[in-house]
Design a protein. Structure first.
Length: 105
């Protein structure tokens, strides 16, 4: 059941971003959880109309990494906004995603 939900959500993300004429996918990365068991994937898109601009407004980002985690039927949506996915802050955000823990209720 989790796999069907996961595949449907990832397809929706792909469909939403493939409609943009200025965005293109630059990375696709599976999320291998360290402390939980589940499915996860992160897709990174760049907006080529924003990428060459040196001083973007505080609310504008050239890169969006988006995806989902599905853990025991629960969905966690993921979004990382950045102007440079090569920074240490971006790496820290991705590392934090890998360490998400399912809290038993």
């Amino acid at each position: 059941m989790d796999e069907m939900l996961f595949n449907e959500l990832m397809q929706e993300i792909h469909d939403r971003h493939s409609k943009s004429k200025s965005e293109r996918k630059v990375e696709s990365r599976p999320i291998n959880l360290i402390f939980s068991t589940g499915l996860g994937h992160l897709l990174t898109y760049v907006d080529d109309s924003l990428k060459p601009i040196k001083n973007l407004a505080k609310d504008e980002f050239a890169y969006v990494s988006t995806g989902v985690l599905v853990i025991d039927g629960k969905v966690i949506t993921l979004t990382i906004l950045s102007n440079d996915p090569g920074t240490s802050n971006y790496a820290k955000a991705v590392a934090a995603i890998h360490t998400i823990v399912k809290k038993d209720s």
